[in-house]
Design a protein around this ligand. Structure first.
Ligand code: SAH
Length: 349
């Protein structure tokens, strides 16, 4: 018999299961807390449940978790990058960053990715499968338990395309923000997408208070389609129209990620065009000098070019910052660690 994935259950689903087992209502909350707050990997760790009950639970349910396959700690800023192994042996990555306001975790939502962006290491070895809600949650549990910390912010910016795993990601958001679980408010969560337009409208319907991040990376269809194949399906005007609707309806500022690639996306013309496309939108642009990955030849521009690009945006009334690059000594950009591991290379730390 296949055992059900208990950590992917909402509190109300778990309560229903407990009722079916004739367990009192408080048991559901108790079990939920073990799973979602303490992040235990086995029923045996639920020490305030009887041995018999633990046995019954283990017979019917499975706890999916992440075990640490490899861990790298940045000597520069303490950023921690994990390569996690899932119950079926698949590998995913997560990164924990320390900021003044607390710890942020960047989680993966899929094993591999279908989007194939030219500059990104995640899609290189193709798409394997979606992550279950429990597996997205387990990245937080594993990191918290390993580091002895409490994560306060989440970015869905690891491996995978969150809106291509829509239902599981929505379930994850529901569970992670539950007051009886990790209780991380939507305002402290950012979801990043390469721009699957119909799913942006679906997300809008949910009326969540999270921050929507759009990986824009280019100001027009010609350049964007070259580096992001998704743009051939959903062009930039369609995408920006969805963003404007999203910002207007939710009153939440959209965050645009824009990778500066030398000679491709970092020119003055690009900056001017970008500013005109984003005019009068409630938004912010995050400029990211591209992380150079060994598998492609994209180069990051120098500091001067980056400053100039930002200056043009600001002179045109667009809010912009340059993203502080954390963990640059530990391959902390999506997919790099998993690829190295698969190729059998040694890690840097
Ligand atoms: N699929 C989603 C989630 C991945 S988020 C998305 O595309 O938004 C990861 C972020 O890092 C995205 O903005 C992605 O475009 C960016 N990224 C990937 N590889 C990068 C690289 N080499 N340098 C800079 N940013 C990169």
């Amino acid at each position: 018999m296949d055992r059900a994935d208990i950590k992917s259950m909402s509190l109300s689903e778990l309560s229903e299961k407990c009722r079916a087992f004739d367990l009192p209502a408080f048991r559901a909350k108790q079990i939920y807390k073990w799973l979602q707050v303490r992040g235990v990997a086995s029923f045996d760790e639920m020490t305030d449940l009887s041995r018999d009950l633990r046995g019954v639970l283990a017979e019917h349910f499975e706890i999916l978790f992440c075990s640490i396959k490899r861990k790298q700690v940045s000597a520069l800023d303490g950023t921690v990058k994990y390569l996690f192994e899932l119950n079926d042996g698949e590998l995913i990555e997560s990164v924990v960053m320390k900021y003044k306001y607390g710890y942020t975790i960047c989680v993966s939502t899929q094993v591999g990715c279908k989007m194939n962006c030219a500059f990104c290491a995640s899609g290189l070895s193709g798409f394997v499968r979606d992550l279950y809600p429990s597996e997205i949650l387990s990245q937080i549990h594993a990191a918290q338990n390993d580091l002895g910390i409490q994560i306060s912010h989440i970015v869905l910016m690891g491996m995978g395309e969150p809106l291509d795993n829509f239902d599981n990601v929505m379930k994850f958001l529901d569970i992670v923000s539950n007051p009886d679980g990790l209780n991380i408010s939507m305002r402290k969560i950012s979801l990043s997408t390469s721009g699957i337009v119909p799913r942006i409208y679906d997300l809008l319907e949910k009326k969540l208070q999270l921050t929507l991040s759009i990986s824009l990376h280019a100001p027009n269809d010609e350049i964007r389609s070259r580096i992001m194949p998704v743009n051939k399906k959903y062009g930039i005007d369609e995408l920006l129209k969805a963003c404007r609707t999203y910002a207007k309806t939710t009153s939440r500022r959209i965050s645009f990620e824009y990778a500066l690639i030398s000679g491709v996306t970092d020119t003055d013309e690009c900056a001017v065009e970008l500013a005109s496309k984003l005019k009068n939108m409630l938004c912010h642009v995050n400029l990211i000098p591209v992380n150079e990955v060994t598998e492609n030849s994209f180069k990051r521009p120098g500091a001067e070019r980056t400053e100039r690009f930002m200056g043009i945006l600001e002179n045109n009334g667009i809010n912009a910052t340059v993203r502080r690059s954390l963990g640059s000594d530990i391959d902390a950009s999506c997919g790099q660690l998993r690829n190295r591991h698969k190729k059998g290379e040694k890690s840097v730390c």
